[in-house]
Design a protein around this ligand. Structure first.
Ligand SMILES: Cc1cc2nc3c(=O)[nH]c(=O)nc-3n(C[C@H](O)[C@H](O)[C@H](O)COP(=O)(O)OP(=O)(O)OC[C@H]3O[C@@H](n4cnc5c(N)ncnc54)[C@H](O)[C@@H]3O)c2cc1C
Length: 482
């Protein structure tokens, strides 16, 4: 796996089986949704459930490839400003080398360059340009920082989103053991000596390194159950920091003529734009996926194209083939304040199962609530940019509860997601000055010689950017560091 030693032998222990061998986009048959497959091997504390609007954190897809088999492909690269609070040395390595390598590995491409081709036409063409130019006018919104053709991991021959399964199984030096759940790391006080799993104990020989690549909360549960704090004082802050992203989702439509597409524009086209913003140190971004279509097409054809090639999903019921429309689905993500000490992940005493005994407590603070209000208002301001009439008459919003298009914006409880996504920061990485950080710049759990970490748990702060590109860049940096 390492950049310097591509022949290093890798044994992958995967709790599930193989479910999909490529990204779900590739399959035309109906598949379960991420919600149907989701596993949440942790609980939410009773006080959070009682007091908070948000009730859960999205879970895992417990099969080889994890969530990469279903992800939407948004792959922004965080800027220096967005990485505020990250160790300088790490930032420099990521920006100089690893972000570029990760973009290449994932096949990240700007939406206006995607080669998806159906019905004799390129899909990301005139509408993509028109949508981006139209939304460029959002730069007048005070907190907006950047407006981009969406960076998406679709830059391959078939414009299918990247998934780890194909890459992992094509590597000769990788062996996978399926249905093998890691339960506890055994150690001698200095290093891991074995891994207790659902298939028995696996010995860890001296020259072997254990890398936790099992997403944020399950990895935190494993570490908390394996390294108790009196013996490992440097790990006493594991789970004492927690961040994630809150989400607002809105779908709007306007007449297709609003974008003045050329006469010879294809009947169905797609677009995707990424808009990032920051206010009082709180980061947010909007990810907008759109479809422009004419009446000539049947609903199935339009929907099949959306299913295969859009970034955000666009529900079939939002496509009305009796009209010439543009439908835009916008998800707006914002960061939870990483300094909020009420947010923690700890073990519970009343559950003896070592893979499910972690409990998450979170309370959105004033900063989080102010940012969420801002995210909602910016979302509607940006959607208004699609309108061509002074009073916004031509703009309609999808109301999920009534399953109807209406001119009024949907109320807050319909657009604010009750789930947090992109849980992070429970075992953040820090330089020598950050004595509280459980992980050092070598990605190793402090005080344990041979256990390393990947994934969102490492993030000092969560920002709002989508996580995969940064996760991959850091995994590459870890490989190089080892
Ligand atoms: C619908 C959807 C859309 C998304 N869209 C985007 C997007 O556009 N851009 C983006 O950047 N991110 C997106 N994400 C998030 C992204 O997929 C995740 O952040 C990313 O996959 C996390 O990678 P990971 O390797 O840390 O964890 P995962 O992908 O969750 O993989 C963890 C793996 O570890 C295995 N595992 C867990 N516990 C154990 C154990 N105890 N023993 C053995 N194996 C174990 C799991 O089965 C799984 O295979 C999306 C997620 C979903 C669900």
């Amino acid at each position: 796996m390492t950049l310097t030693n591509p022949k290093a032998k890798i044994l992958v222990l995967e709790r599930g089986s193989i479910y999909l061998s490529e990204h779900r986009q590739h399959y035309s048959t109906p598949l379960p949704t991420p919600g149907d497959l989701e596993l949440r091997p942790w609980s939410i504390s009773p006080e959070t459930l009682e007091n908070e609007y948000v009730q859960k954190v999205c879970g895992q897809i417990p099969f080889l490839g994890g969530r990469s088999t279903h992800w939407s492909g948004w792959s922004p690269t965080p800027s220096t400003k967005e990485l505020a609070g990250w160790p300088n040395d790490l930032k420099m390595q990521l920006q100089k080398i690893c972000f570029g390598l990760a973009q290449k590995f994932l096949g990240v491409i700007e939406a206006n360059e995607i080669n998806a081709f159906e019905n004799g036409n390129y899909l990301y063409g005139t509408f993509q340009s028109g949508l981006k130019s139209r939304l460029d006018s959002a730069d007048t919104i005070e907190s907006v920082d950047d407006i981009l053709h969406a960076p998406l991991a679709m830059g391959n021959d078939r414009s299918i989103k990247f998934s780890t399964v194909e890459r992992l199984l094509s590597m000769e030096n990788v062996t996978v053991i399926y249905e093998c759940t890691a339960e506890e790391i055994l150690h001698d006080g200095k290093k891991a000596t074995g891994l207790r799993t659902s298939q028995g104990t696996i010995e860890i020989p001296n020259n072997t390194k254990l890398i936790l690549a099992m997403s944020t909360l399950p990895a935190t549960t494993l570490v908390l159950n394996s390294f108790e704090s009196p013996e490992f004082p440097q790990l006493s802050n594991v789970g004492k920091r927690f961040t994630a992203h809150s989400v607002t989702s809105v779908i709007a439509r306007v007449p297709r003529q609003n974008l003045s597409l050329p006469d010879n524009a294809p009947d169905v086209e797609l677009g995707a734009v990424y808009i990032s913003g920051i206010k009082d140190g709180g980061q947010y971004h909007l990810q907008l996926s759109g479809v422009a279509y004419t009446q000539c097409n049947d609903t199935n054809n339009i929907h099949d194209i959306c299913k295969k090639y859009t970034a955000n999903s666009i529900p079939k019921e939002c496509i009305d083939r009796s009209r010439d429309d543009i439908v835009v689905s916008c998800s707006t993500l914002g960061e939870l304040d990483y300094k909020n000490k009420s947010n923690q992940f700890n073990l519970t005493n009343n559950n003896r199962n070592l893979t499910t005994n972690g409990e998450l407590t979170f309370h959105l603070n004033d900063q989080d609530n102010r940012l969420w209000d801002l995210m909602d208002s910016v979302t509607f301001e940006v959607m208004n940019k699609l309108s061509c009439s002074a009073n916004g008459d031509d703009l309609e919003y999808w109301h999920e509860t009534d399953k109807k298009w209406k001119k009024d914006p949907p109320p807050s409880d319909q657009i604010r997601n009750k789930n947090l996504v992109h849980d992070a920061s429970t075992m953040w990485i820090g330089d020598n000055e950050d004595t509280e950080a459980p992980v050092g710049l070598d990605y190793r759990l402090k005080g344990v010689n041979n256990v390393y970490l990947t994934g969102g748990a490492l993030w000092p702060t969560g920002g709002s950017w989508n996580p995969v590109l940064t996760i991959v860049a850091m995994a590459m940096h870890l490989a190089d560091t080892m």
